[in-house]
Design a protein around this ligand. Structure first.
Ligand SMILES: NC(=O)c1ccc[n+]([C@@H]2O[C@H](COP(=O)([O-])OP(=O)(O)OC[C@H]3O[C@@H](n4cnc5c(N)ncnc54)[C@H](OP(=O)(O)O)[C@@H]3O)[C@@H](O)[C@H]2O)c1
Length: 360
């Protein structure tokens, strides 16, 4: 029997991403679970999977939108009413929002994000921590972010909420230092979950370097169990980001993050379009050349002089127009046209000589 069997972990945001991976780790270690989220259907299904895969004894689902006023108090009341003791609290539920603060983002979404990421997390901590201290036993994991310690243009309010979570958690680490209750902040870099899609940030450069939510959850779980104050998952690379965040000037960090948060460049125009234009241009030039040659052959000497003048003017006009519109394509069309025109002129010149010879 696992030493944690019979203990209960309450996890918000367990329906997907990092929270779901964390819930799986608790289930594997024999914890009973209280899963809190907006979708009871998803959480019920997850509970069934944990029961059949890991033999989880009790899974309690509490359906709650944590962006609503006093949602945390409702969750706490329901837990108390069911007689459940929460040994571990995981405040994972959180959302982001992408865009320029002044002009792009919607205040209602920002308000609800602040409520979820900050107010509910704080109230959940207050309510369950009080009981943990009374028992002098318990653990809390709060989802912060690497953005907690760097300014983040285009995700300004989100980064602000995560800065709060990190600072709040580290302050409580000190307040709890002489107790058997620990609190841990998890600071992941960009992670491969539905987070960026939901935040309208799916096409940003930062999404090119997403890390694995399984690795992130495991690092958070291990740090929580060890009672560490914080953890930055992802090895030396993310550790060096953390160190840079402490020593680099804020302006430089903001510029770096602005670039990472900017949209990926549009893919280049495809080559076949140019090839097609070249083909069409060449075809037109050949047909025009043939028509010119036939017309020229049957014309009188006077018309031939006129045609030569018109052909030259038309060639010049065509060349001018095309060169300003399609660069490469225009050059090929004009070249082909000039070659054909040159051949027609040569042919006409020969005919004139023959005519002169015949009339001499
Ligand atoms: N992904 C990253 O790059 C990254 C990096 C650093 C930190 N984080 C943090 O990690 C945490 C988990 O995010 P994730 O990446 O795993 O994203 P995710 O897959 O979108 O998970 C977010 C979770 O929060 C829940 N949630 C959202 N709004 C809620 C609400 N109003 N009430 C209750 N639950 C709500 C969602 O459940 P429902 O939508 O089903 O209700 C879902 O379970 C967040 O706090 C996020 O800020 C993420």
């Amino acid at each position: 029997m696992n030493s944690e069997t019979g203990k209960t972990a309450l996890i918000t945001g367990a329906s997907s991403g990092i929270g779901q991976e964390l819930a799986k780790l608790f289930a594997q270690d024999g914890y009973n679970l209280v899963l809190v989220g907006r979708s009871d259907e998803k959480l019920d299904r997850l509970g069934e999977v944990f029961k059949s895969n890991y033999g989880t004894d009790q899974v309690t689902v509490i359906t709650k939108d944590l962006s609503q006023e006093d949602a945390a108090q409702d969750v706490y009341n329901q837990v108390k009413a069911k007689g459940i003791t929460v040994n571990v609290l995981v405040n994972d539920a959180g959302v982001g929002l992408y865009g320029l603060f002044a002009t792009d983002t919607d205040w209602e979404r920002e308000k609800s994000m602040i409520h979820l990421n900050v107010l509910s997390l704080t109230q959940m901590t207050k309510l369950f921590l009080y009981d943990m201290l009374a028992r002098n036993e318990g653990k809390i994991l709060n989802l912060a972010s690497l953005l907690s310690i760097t300014p983040s243009p285009l995700m300004a309010v989100y980064a602000g909420t995560k800065a709060y979570v990190y600072n709040f958690t580290q302050s409580l680490v000190n307040e709890l230092k002489d107790t058997n209750v620990s609190i841990t902040a998890l600071l992941p870099n960009a992670t491969d979950t539905d987070f960026f899609n939901k935040a309208n940030a799916e096409n940003t450069k930062i999404t090119d370097e997403l890390q694995d939510p399984v690795m992130v959850a495991k690092a958070g779980y291990d740090a929580l169990m060890a009672g560490k104050p914080k953890v930055v998952p992802g090895g030396l690379k993310n550790k060096s980001y953390e160190v840079m965040a402490y020593v680099a000037p804020q302006e430089a960090l903001a510029a770096l993050m602005r670039d990472k948060m900017s949209q990926k460049p549009e893919p280049e125009e495809k080559e076949p379009t140019i090839s097609l234009a070249w083909g069409i241009g060449f075809g037109i030039a050949v047909i025009a050349g043939i028509a010119l040659t036939i017309g020229y052959k049957n014309a009188s000497p006077y018309d031939k002089v006129r045609y030569k003048y018109k052909a030259k003017s038309a060639g010049d006009a065509l060349s001018n127009t095309l060169s300003s519109v399609f660069d490469k394509v225009a050059h090929s069309v004009v070249d082909a046209y000039q070659t054909t025109k040159g051949k027609a002129e040569k042919f006409a010149h020969k005919e004139e000589e023959m005519l002169e010879e015949a009339t001499a």
